[in-house]
Write a protein that binds this ligand. Sequence first.
Ligand SMILES: CC(C)(COP(=O)(O)OP(=O)(O)OC[C@H]1O[C@@H](n2cnc3c(N)ncnc32)[C@H](O)[C@@H]1OP(=O)(O)O)[C@@H](O)C(=O)NCCC(=O)NCCS
Length: 248
Amino acid sequence: MQTQRSAGLAPARPSLPATPSSPSLPKHLTMRFTNASDTNNVVELFNSERKKSMDPNSKIRKRNQDELATSIETGSAVIALDEQEEIRFFGMASEHFSFGQDHPEAIIELGAIMSDIGGYGVAQLGSAMLALKEANRLRMEFPFLYTSGVHALVAKDNLPAQKVFTRDLGWSGISSDQDCSRLFRTQGKYTNNPDAQQSRLWLEFGHKASEKAANIVVGALSKQRLTSRRAPSSSIPIDLDHHVFKYI
Ligand SMILES: CC(C)(COP(=O)(O)OP(=O)(O)OC[C@H]1O[C@@H](n2cnc3c(N)ncnc32)[C@H](O)[C@@H]1OP(=O)(O)O)[C@@H](O)C(=O)NCCC(=O)NCCS
């Protein structure tokens, strides 16, 4: 997929260091939907020391090459690369199907969201792009299937992820036990593990979240930079995949 470079944008001089987990503040980011050429880099990342530093508490479960490739090759993942082509954000979506009470069901689950650039809205933007694309795909590819839409499953003790999804992106928590059971059944990963179910929250990409996501993407497309929440004079120039226009 093509991205467009914005010419003549001087790299911003950071006035604050990046968060402690971040090796350095990028001078530039390219954020785009993935394609097959990204698979090896992402697989390497998942098996690297960098993954451990981006996800020190192992909140992201291991994924094998096939699982990663399925999402990456079909463009159901977003990657942000810095000026040295290092991955600084990754997030992917997986589709799940089950045969529900009397009809087949589908959900799309965003997962493996990770970034080592704190405070600039990188994780928020990448997740917004991916959720918008996947919600569109669910409507287009499975128009006749019963679907409860795009979701994310977040550990109850993962406050950074909850802040990103609920506070910043407007995703809503699923509180009904019946709905959670249905989502776990369709997802199929923790069906025989009540403790794993108890320790996780299902979040839904609903109408409010979809509006927020579109605003975040439009803002990034028009400004072509992401600004530090704490130091507004510090920003990172960013080129976004223009395919995202189709989903806002
Ligand atoms: C979850 C994640 C993608 C969020 O991205 P991020 O770049 O940290 O997002 P932000 O910088 O906007 O931080 C969001 C909030 O979490 C806080 N936060 C981030 N890292 C934190 C940490 N290690 N400890 C405590 N708070 C933290 C931030 O301070 C911010 O809160 P504030 O606005 O009240 O200050 C990122 O923290 C990450 O990669 N975590 C490891 C993998 C993971 O848990 N993925 C989610 C799986 S569902």
